[in-house]
Design a protein around this ligand. Structure first.
Ligand code: SAH
Ligand code: SF4
Ligand code: F3S
Length: 437
């Protein structure tokens, strides 16, 4: 039997693409190898969102070249966003790469033919991407609801690597979710770069309602909603749909209107803030996380202070913060990358320090609260047996109790200790009545 090994970089879309590639390969008789050296097929599923991610890939690639000199029948396949963007250039730079396959062509992975080594066509029928994924976690599942992005934020490669927005048929999504509930899956994360643009025979909120109505679905999440078109209808859904978890990832990027404009984000800070207020009006304890880019071209100290002020004002539950990275081919690549690296580093530190204090404080408020968690699996932290997640998407460690704390169960716990990135809890008996958040 032939072995395969997949290395995945990047976001949840890529993580899910890797699950699909694994599913396809197993259908074609491959088995997963833990070690790359034991496999006949190595897939590197790449990300090009920042230069650092790209550099990491090219440095790893060298490692597989050595392996290939030892093992002549080894095939190396590059998939993901770098594959789409660089295409043939990857093979020019690394001739030992056998195939380059873009994210819209992963369905071809099971049937490779050496006459065509670059598979990056954008003219695809998205139903070909509805591939049975091989999921490793048995409690929660990622589900594609749409592909691509039409937003063209000026710094971002995604519209170039994932193509234009295309929504998946609602009945296909529903069938996939129903099938997974039969296998014990409880939580579903709907994936799209901008879920508010979902449009098939129904819209996004109508899709949520259909999923809410599937009996064995316990929790629904989605990623991501673009602030410019986070609708009132969706905000209201957080309150009205009991299975929709009270967490939203709403990327702000900057607190300065000048920078938001240059980023082509199409909202002002004030408009963003209004949406936060509305979310909190409907669901006061909703957990809100965001993305911040620091050091965008022409960002002054004043712009940076506006971002710090925004963090202070909004009090996010958590942030992902990044130094601006110039991406060739994007609109902002025409702007001079004129914030020097020391300033970028300092600003990033200031952003992270402030947010760390806020995150600590927010988590401390959860101490002694009774929360509902879904038990996801074994703990990776000593002294604890289990790991679960709150509806607000916070990681919780606890010890096993009896059958009621089996993987996939939803139980109530009391939060005993809080840390920046996780909570520690004790199981409580009355788990019939679940407390939200
Ligand atoms: N579609 C998602 C974002 C995907 S990329 C959304 O719009 O919500 C994840 C994050 O990476 C972005 O929100 C942004 O903060 C960051 N990012 C994207 N391009 C970047 C770049 N060129 N430099 C630095 N950070 C970047
Ligand atoms: Fe990139 Fe903007 Fe699309 Fe998100 S919405 S993927 S940041 S272009
Ligand atoms: Fe994701 Fe990276 Fe592509 S963040 S969409 S894998 S560029």
């Amino acid at each position: 039997m032939k072995g395969y090994h997949i290395i995945t970089f990047g976001c949840q879309m890529n993580a899910h693409d890797s699950e699909k590639i694994a599913g396809l390969l197993e259908l074609n008789g491959y088995v997963e190898s833990i070690e790359p050296k034991d496999s006949e097929l190595i897939i590197i599923n790449t990300c090009s969102i920042r230069k650092k991610a790209e550099d990491k890939f090219f440095s790893q690639l060298g490692r597989y070249k050595k392996l290939k000199t030892k093992k002549k029948d080894l095939k190396i396949v590059v998939t993901g966003c770098i594959a789409q963007q660089e295409g043939e250039r990857i093979i020019k730079r690394a001739p030992y790469v056998d195939f380059v396959i873009g994210p819209q062509n992963i369905h071809l992975v099971g049937n490779l033919d050496t006459n065509q080594r670059i598979l990056t066509s954008e003219n695809i029928d998205i139903s070909t991407l509805s591939i049975d994924a091989k999921r490793n976690i048995q409690t929660k599942a990622l589900i594609n609801i749409m592909y691509g992005c039409n937003n063209f934020c000026s710094y971002c490669v995604v519209p170039y690597t994932r193509g234009r927005e295309k929504s998946r048929a609602s009945n296909e999504i529903i069938e996939e979710i129903k099938g997974l509930t039969l296998n014990g899956y409880k939580e579903f994360t709907l994936l799209g770069q901008n879920v508010n643009s979902y449009k098939s025979d129904i819209n996004f909120v109508e899709l949520l309602k259909k999923i809410e109505d599937i009996e064995d679905v316990e929790r629904i999440r989605f990623m991501t909603s673009h602030p410019k078109d986070l609708s009132d209808e969706l905000i209201k859904a957080f309150k009205d749909f009991s299975k929709l978890c009270e967490h939203i990832h709403l990327p702000l990027q900057s607190g300065s209107n000048k920078i938001l404009f240059l980023m082509n984000r199409k909202y002002t800070y004030e408009e963003y803030l209004k949406k936060i207020y509305k979310l909190r009006e409907y669901v006061p304890d909703i957990s809100i996380t965001t993305d911040i880019i620091t050091g965008f071209p022409s960002e002054t100290e004043e712009d940076h202070l506006l971002t710090l002020k925004a963090l202070q004002e909004i009090q996010f539950d958590g942030i992902f913060s990044f130094k601006y990275s110039l991406r060739p081919g994007t609109k902002s690549a025409f702007y001079e990358d004129n914030v020097d690296i020391n300033t970028k580093n300092r600003r990033l530190n200031e952003i992270n320090q402030l947010q760390d204090e806020i995150t600590d404080k927010k988590n401390e408020l959860l101490k002694n609260n009774k929360l509902e968690i879904l038990i996801e699996g074994p703990s990776d932290k000593p002294n604890f047996k289990l790991m679960g997640r709150t509806r607000g998407n916070k990681i919780v460690y606890l010890n096993s109790h009896n059958n009621s704390t089996s993987y996939g169960n939803i139980v109530n716990v009391i939060i005993k200790h809080t840390h920046r990135h996780s909570l520690e809890a004790e199981y409580i008996e009355d788990s019939n009545s679940h407390t939200r958040l």
